[in-house]
Design a protein around this ligand. Sequence first.
Ligand SMILES: [Zn+2]
Length: 85
Amino acid sequence: MAYSVGCTACQEVEELLFLLADGELDENTQERLQAHLDGCGQCKTLLDVEMHLRQLIKHCFERPVPADLEAKIRSQLAELQIGRL
Ligand SMILES: [Zn+2]
């Protein structure tokens, strides 16, 4: 299935991405997002960024990262990644 960039489905995936990366979504929603990710390279990239960021933070910090710092890093990483598309 093909999705156009910036469609409603993409928007929903973006909003739920961090929950997906944390594995905090219910099964149905997770399956729905996964099905979208299989057909949408842009959202897949965003998920990769999200997962990568989690590993990075785990690796760099031994204690919890302040939420505002994490948000800052996340938005900068996402911008970098999107800029390359
Ligand atoms: Zn998408």
